[in-house]
Design a protein around this ligand. Structure first.
Ligand code: ADP
Ligand code: 5GP
Length: 188
């Protein structure tokens, strides 16, 4: 069966950190590269981290029906899953790993159904979430406040997920995620 694993979380929970570890240690997984109209952060590479593009190009692609799902995650900042990504990854015999926001995760679960494992990476607390966003030093205070406001709403959807993993100690989070993914990959 062609399967997908969906990681969702409020921004700053540690989702990217966890996903990058898993991609490095689990060769059966491959990252689905999203499109976005936000600017690249230092060190981010186009066609590896994201397909970076202008808002105009993003909107043209929406009109052409190129996305499985897309969201305006922050005002004026679009993020979307290209239809071509799962096809590319299944073609190489691997499991698709999505890193999307909470609403995108729920949309993908509706589309892929039993072929999807929907995982929620939960911060230990809102105070710790803010500490991580500040500590990451990638966003202005205004952006951090925007992300915190969104996080409170996103947390209320966690009960709709297949599994919730609290990202307190990173090594434990990774071990738990590996175990859950291996179980899912081995099931029919
Ligand atoms: P997200 O992808 O969910 O936005 P990141 O992976 O960028 O989050 O992590 C946000 C910040 O928190 C980063 O600076 C990261 O190093 C840190 N972080 C991630 N996991 C943990 C953890 N378990 N304990 C402490 N800090 C963490
Ligand atoms: P960031 O700007 O921190 O990379 O991502 C912001 C949020 O957008 C994160 O929660 C990330 O998972 C989400 N995101 C990334 N790609 C997609 C996508 O294709 N679709 C949706 N819905 N969200 C995405």
């Amino acid at each position: 069966m062609e399967k997908v694993i969906i990681f969702s979380a409020p921004s700053g929970s540690g989702k990217t950190t966890v996903v990058q570890h898993l991609l490095a240690t689990m060769p059966a997984l491959e990252f689905s590269i999203s499109a976005t109209s936000r600017a690249p952060r230092a060190g981010e590479v186009c066609a590896k981290d994201y397909y970076f593009m202008s808002s105009d190009e993003f909107k043209e692609r929406i009109d052409r029906g190129e996305f499985i799902e897309w969201e305006e995650v922050y005002p004026g900042k679009y993020y979307g899953t290209p239809k071509s990504e799962p096809k590319r990854i299944w073609g190489s015999g691997k499991l698709v790993l999505f890193d999307v926001d909470v609403y995108g995760g729920l949309s993908l679960k509706k589309i892929f159904g039993d072929r999807a494992l929907l995982l929620f990476i939960m911060p230990p607390s809102l105070a710790e979430l803010r500490r991580r966003l500040v500590g990451r030093s990638t966003d202005s205070l205004e952006v951090i406040n925007e992300r915190m406001a969104r996080a409170e709403h996103e947390l209320s959807f966690s009960s709709q997920f297949d599994r919730v993993i609290v990202n307190d100690r990173l090594d434990q989070t990774i071990a738990e995620a590996e175990q859950i993914i291996n179980e899912f990959a081995g099931s029919r």
